[in-house]
Design a protein around this ligand. Structure first.
Ligand SMILES: [Zn+2]
Length: 281
């Protein structure tokens, strides 16, 4: 099995405050710092990339409200047209009934008179029907008029809400951009003291593990994957004189430890997931 340890030059410069008291490879605190900054940068970039979609969603909502107004207006216009049509119907049937009544005074035969009476009754029935429909439509027109007003007021409030949302999004966007610039500057500072070979290693591992390059070794396990780490590796993780970094043999993450490790148990050495590391320095 290929050994995943990596030899690096030990630097005896200052280390980051919190984990100062724990002995470890001097690059570990710097890499942890870099990893934290990189994760922050990734989160900011994701937020920034999501802005156009958020703006689009807001525009979509507005378009929906506008369409609702257009549809309500169209329905209202339609009901007015229908109303006019039945008004016309009522008038036509009334005219016809009137005409038959006028004719009925001039008829000579009983049959012709009866026939006209029948036509008059029929025309009057049609008048009543058309008036009923007209009334229905007038009531419907009140509804459709109310729907237009509701849709218009919904559009107005959507316009106000979305204008405010867009303004807020622009502010947030500018803030996130600024935050990103700061984080990128932080990254420059954090990466400066890290040796080139470790930068390359870090980038490679982080790329493969979705932005995570380091894993804590705790309770004898790699916290990245849960596999065992050899006791003698755990002990080496706690030595700052150590010039090697150790990677989990199972998941490949760079290991570090924040806890004192009890004396190694030689019987437990088999079946470990961590790479062996017989130091040659
Ligand atoms: Zn692991």
């Amino acid at each position: 099995m290929d050994t995943k340890r990596l030899k690096v030059r030990t630097r005896t410069s200052k280390r980051i405050a919190v984990i100062n008291l724990i002995q470890m490879h001097p690059a570990i605190p710097r890499l942890l710092d870099l990893q934290g900054i990189d994760q922050h940068i990734a989160a900011l970039r994701a937020e920034i990339e999501a802005f156009p979609k958020r703006v689009q969603e807001a525009d979509h909502k507005l378009a929906g409200a506008r369409n609702a107004v257009a549809a309500a207006r169209e329905a209202h216009t339609h009901s007015l047209t229908e109303r006019k049509k039945f008004e016309l119907d009522v008038q036509q049937w009334k005219d016809r009934a009137k005409k038959y009544r006028e004719q009925s005074g001039a008829v000579k035969t009983n049959e012709a008179y009866k026939a006209l009476q029948h036509e008059i009754a029929n025309a009057e029935a049609e008048v009543a029907k058309a008036e009923d429909r007209q009334l229905e439509i007038m009531m419907g027109a009140e509804d459709s008029d109310r729907r237009v007003k509701n849709a218009e007021s919904a559009l107005k409030s959507a316009e106000q809400t979305i204008a405010a949302e867009r303004k807020e999004m622009h502010t947030q966007y500018a803030e996130k951009k600024k935050e990103l610039d700061t984080a990128l500057a932080d990254r420059e500072r954090a990466i400066a003291p890290i040796p080139e070979d470790l930068r390359v290693l870090y980038e490679r591992v982080a790329k493969r593990h979705n932005g995570v390059a380091l894993a804590e070794a705790r309770d004898g396990q790699c916290r990245g994957c849960g596999m065992r780490v050899l006791p003698h590796i755990l002990q080496q993780l706690l030595q700052d004189a150590n010039d090697e970094l150790f990677r989990c043999e199972s998941c490949g993450l760079i290991l570090y430890s924040l806890e004192p490790i009890p004396a190694a148990n030689p019987d437990a050495a088999s079946g470990s997931a961590a790479s062996s590391a017989s130091s040659s320095s």
